[in-house]
Design a protein around this ligand. Structure first.
Ligand SMILES: [Zn+2]
Ligand SMILES: [Zn+2]
Length: 282
């Protein structure tokens, strides 16, 4: 069983080496002649082809290529308490005791908690839209890196398998890729946790969730997923890009729990506030 703990710097360093698209070329240890050559070559490459922020296009001044500039990173709205301890719904009040939201009281979710890289607003919302709807699949690693950093800080985080929220084949044909699967694969590499892509399947296409209220979204997703195989006793990390009303995630988690999963946690790039407007379904 694989466990990931906060502060396991060796794991963090090795995962960055493989999965940040060249953000960290050197992970410590002896510097070989090959490394020096690599560094020189990179310096020359950056001189002629300076890297730029994937969101705002600002050319990075430093020689170390990064996916996002510091200004964009600073604008990612953090998910800060108070929020629902189960579904991470942010509360409008800045202060208050920890308590479940109405939706989680009404129907206890099958998942234990939700990890998110930030709130679905501002720069994070734009990044998710580009990644999900504008064909910018190359955003998978840098966005997954944001999420992996959050997960590595979670003390009680110890999943055995990563399961992406599936797309129905008809939607996959339209979009050409499943953004949740891309994220899951990157997270799997970064955290060294196996990814199981075809365990959870969408058995019917669900109409767009746009404009539907929470109850209608729940009905929309009911019975839309099935499980291929047993999950008995397994700890699962369910991965998706955005959590809005949570209808999709709640239904996926319910199916996984029904299949015997011992513990289900959820990780998403962005957690939406209640009543957030969407141009596309979640
Ligand atoms: Zn930027
Ligand atoms: Zn909740």
């Amino acid at each position: 069983m694989k466990k990931v703990f906060l502060g396991f710097s060796g794991l963090r360093a090795s995962s960055e080496l493989r999965c940040t698209g060249g953000e960290h070329l050197f992970g410590g240890g002896k510097v070989s002649f090959f490394h020096i050559l690599q560094s020189e070559a990179l310096g020359l490459f950056n001189l002629f082809f300076p890297s730029s922020c994937l969101l705002c296009g600002t050319v990075h001044k430093k020689s170390t290529p990064k996916s996002f500039c510091t200004r964009c990173l600073d604008k990612i709205p953090p998910l800060l308490p108070p929020f629902c301890p189960r579904c991470a719904l942010p509360y409008p009040a800045e202060e208050g005791s920890i308590h479940l939201c109405g939706e989680c009281i009404r129907e206890e979710p099958a998942f234990v908690s939700v990890y998110a890289a930030g709130i679905y607003e501002d720069v994070l919302r734009r990044a998710v839209h580009r990644f999900k709807f504008q064909g910018r699949s190359e955003l998978d690693r840098p966005l997954a890196r944001l999420l992996a950093d959050k997960l590595l800080q979670a003390e009680d985080f110890s999943p055995e398998l990563i399961v992406p929220v599936p797309l129905h084949p008809s939607r996959l044909r339209e979009r050409t890729y499943n953004q949740a699967l891309l994220l899951a694969r990157c997270l799997g590499q970064m955290l060294e946790i196996p990814v199981v892509p075809r365990l959870l399947m969408r058995t019917r296409p669900t109409p767009s969730q746009q404009g539907l209220r929470a109850g209608e979204r729940r009905l929309n997703q009911k019975g839309a997923f099935s499980l291929r195989g047993s999950m008995t006793g397994r700890r699962i990390l369910l991965v998706d890009d955005v959590l809005t009303t949570g209808a999709t995630i709640r239904e996926c988690a319910r199916v996984l729990q029904h299949g015997g999963a011992l513990e289900i946690r959820v990780s998403v790039l962005a957690r939406a506030r209640r009543g957030a407007s969407f141009s596309e379904s979640d």
